[in-house]
Design a protein around this ligand. Structure first.
Ligand code: ADP
Ligand code: MG
Length: 201
């Protein structure tokens, strides 16, 4: 990736905007399948990142991504806080020592991050979680999918959660009643991915 960490404040703002614009919808999803706090958890993390944006910009990629992960971990709370935190911290480890990453290297780094989320959440694809957005995106990126198609893959992954029965997280308490609703974390993961891709383009 020939991008410098200077792009991070703009990416954080783009993510903040898309979450704000879709806050009501996502909260409604987490009220059906969970406890309704997913957006507030996420926004707490994004606010903390916004406050650190200038500082993060001065770091090199691995340290910047590490700081993002630590900040999300320490501010968000909820299952999603430890999972999004793990995603970034593990991505940082996978890019150790690198100043720049090309698209293939970034795909490998993202894949490693998603693998760590699977381990942390003890979850796989098909369990109606954020992983149903993250896993197909990571796999298609490794296959070399174009930037234009990444958002579409994320949307398809997010939509696939609707007909799944939840077997992880709070939604799993609902068992078969969880079918018919999109998972909140799958939706925010997709919104974040689409916003980042759009901003980079
Ligand atoms: N074990 C898990 N593996 C992967 N993702 C999970 C897991 N448990 C929950 N999630 C994701 O976290 C989201 C809920 O996040 P949030 O509401 O912030 O936390 P909490 O469930 O603790 O209230 C879910 O919509 C789901 O996508
Ligand atoms: Mg919740």
């Amino acid at each position: 990736m020939s991008l410098a960490p200077e792009i991070l404040p703009a990416l954080i703002k783009a993510v903040a905007t898309t979450i704000e614009q879709n806050a009501e919808e996502v909260t409604a999803l987490d009220q059906v399948l969970g406890d309704g706090d997913h957006v507030t958890n996420l926004q707490r993390g994004i606010d903390a990142l916004n406050k650190q944006a200038d500082e993060i910009t001065l770091l090199e990629w691995p340290a910047a991504i590490q700081k993002i992960g630590m900040t999300l971990l320490s501010t968000m709370g909820g299952a999603s806080g430890s999972l999004f935190g793990t995603l970034f911290i593990s991505m940082s480890k996978a890019m150790a020592g690198k100043k720049e990453l090309n698209q293939q290297e970034f795909a490998e780094v993202f894949f490693a991050g998603v693998e760590a989320v699977k381990k942390r959440g003890k979850a796989e694809a098909g369990e109606k979680t954020m992983l149903d957005t993250l896993i197909p995106v990571a796999e298609k990126m490794l296959d070399g999918v174009s930037m234009d198609n990444i958002c579409r893959v994320a949307v398809e992954g997010m939509e696939s959660t609707k007909e799944m029965k939840a077997t992880k997280g709070r939604a799993s308490y609902l068992e078969a009643k969880s079918i018919g609703h999109i998972d909140a974390g799958a939706r925010t993961s997709q919104l974040i991915i689409c916003a980042i891709v759009k901003q980079i383009k």
